[in-house]
Design a protein around this ligand. Structure first.
Ligand code: TRP
Length: 400
């Protein structure tokens, strides 16, 4: 009924670094040519933790967008926009909050953990507790079917599925639903109708997911159905109510393999990042002073790449023959550590140069970026409008 669509978001709380690039953005770049993509700077989510320092958000919204574009997100393929500019996020979040049990929110594994971790902030707020509801609204507003996120966000997407299911259960019911569904099935025509019922019972009685997919495809293809009949039949496939909001699937993004320059995970909070648009001298310095295998005190001491941080960078940045050169040269002390670092430095600087060139365009002419975002917001609003029309109607808010 609804075509595949990707939604993902990023909080504008700081400049992006190589961890974001290798962990998230490369994946988005791959997806942008495969699906319609909505990538959103979630400034409202940033406010849940930074409500007392909104300047942080203000300073970073455009920078994050430039970082996305610099890394190769293509505005001709993906829709880029800002959450707070599409007011429906707020509206849907509030409406979903009506039926979201408090217990679900309190039990999110990251909830108490984050409050503990971010001790310097008072996060015992309504807004922070509601973080997953706002995130559900982001996703459900576009009826996104696929949500690429890191492991830490999986419980949030799971909750989105539950919120959607509950919503459909509460508001997708209509008097005489079953009769109407059967009526609609007749309109599929004899052969298709029979197939629909067979696939439906294969799914409902045996949990056959393949059958569910086939039945969905069958409905997708049938020209003879009205919108509401189609919705009924989609709903009837899985239960006894219409599908108003779509349950999304998680597309789990593998964590970035790139360590910070001091060996811990690359993260702003550890202060060990290499920025996407950092200046050359600073990058060189960070890598030159990066610790290596502690066994190599002197140039003549042999080392072991498996115990060396620089090797992790080689694995990401350099080619097979360089790998062999490193393995041999480190283990027999044929090369020094600085020598070993040079190809990594060269590759990172080359990558950055490409990013800087892409970014420069937007820095020279901010109106280009404003136009891309205005366009992204327009496209987002269009979809959001349609969903909200259905949501308002389902919740009894479309008075005439
Ligand atoms: N919570 C996500 C994070 O911190 C950001 C986010 C907000 C998001 N809304 C989303 C991610 C919707 C995916 C889909 O990374």
């Amino acid at each position: 009924m609804f075509p595949d669509l990707i939604f993902s978001g990023m909080r504008p709380t700081g400049l992006l670094h190589l961890g974001h690039y290798h962990g998230v953005l490369k994946n988005w770049i791959k997806l942008q040519s495969e699906y319609p993509c909505f990538f959103c700077v979630v400034d409202l989510h940033a406010l849940t933790t930074h409500y007392a320092t909104p300047d942080v958000i203000e300073n970073n919204v455009w920078e994050v967008l430039i970082d996305w574009l610099a890394s190769g997100i293509d505005p001709a393929q993906a829709n880029l926009f800002i959450q707070s500019r599409v007011h429906e996020h707020v509206e849907l979040s509030l409406l979903l909050g009506m039926s979201t049990p408090l217990g679900w929110l309190e039990r999110v594994p990251t909830y108490k953990e984050q409050i503990e971790k971010l001790r310097d902030k008072d996060l015992s707020t309504y807004g922070f507790l509601g973080y997953p509801v706002l995130m559900s609204a982001d996703i459900l507003l576009y009826r996104a079917s696929i949500v690429p996120v890191g492991e830490d966000q999986v419980p949030h997407v799971e909750m989105t599925r539950e919120i959607a299911r509950r919503f459909n259960y509460l508001y997708g019911r209509e008097p005489g639903f079953q009769d109407k569904a059967n009526e609609a099935a007749r309109k599929l025509g004899g052969k298709r109708s029979k197939m629909y019922y067979e696939l439906r019972s294969a799914y409902q009685q045996e949990g056959n997911g393949e059958a569910l997919q086939q039945a969905r495809a069958l409905l997708q293809e049938s020209q003879s159905l009205s919108m509401s009949d189609r919705e009924r039949l989609f709903g009837y496939l899985e239960g006894s109510s219409k599908i108003i909001l779509v349950e999304p699937q998680v597309l789990m993004t593998k964590a970035s393999q790139i360590p910070g320059f001091n060996g811990k995970k690359m993260s702003k909070s550890y202060g060990n990042t290499i920025g996407l648009r950092e200046d050359k001298v600073s990058i060189e310095k960070k890598i030159r002073t990066m610790p290596t295998d502690p066994a190599r005190v002197y140039r003549s001491d042999p080392g072991n790449p498996d115990k060396c941080l620089v090797w992790q960078f080689h694995k990401i940045y350099t080619d097979q023959s360089t790998h062999e050169w490193v393995q041999r040269g480190c283990r027999n002390a044929g090369i020094g550590c600085l020598e070993c670092k040079q190809p990594v430095i060269d590759r990172i600087l080359l990558e950055q140069q490409i990013m800087l060139e892409r970014a420069q365009k937007y820095m020279d002419d901010p109106s280009m970026l404003r136009a891309i975002v205005a366009d992204g917001c327009d496209k987002a609003r269009k979809l959001a409008y349609e969903t909200m029309r259905d949501v308002r109607e389902a919740m009894g808010l479309s008075y005439s």
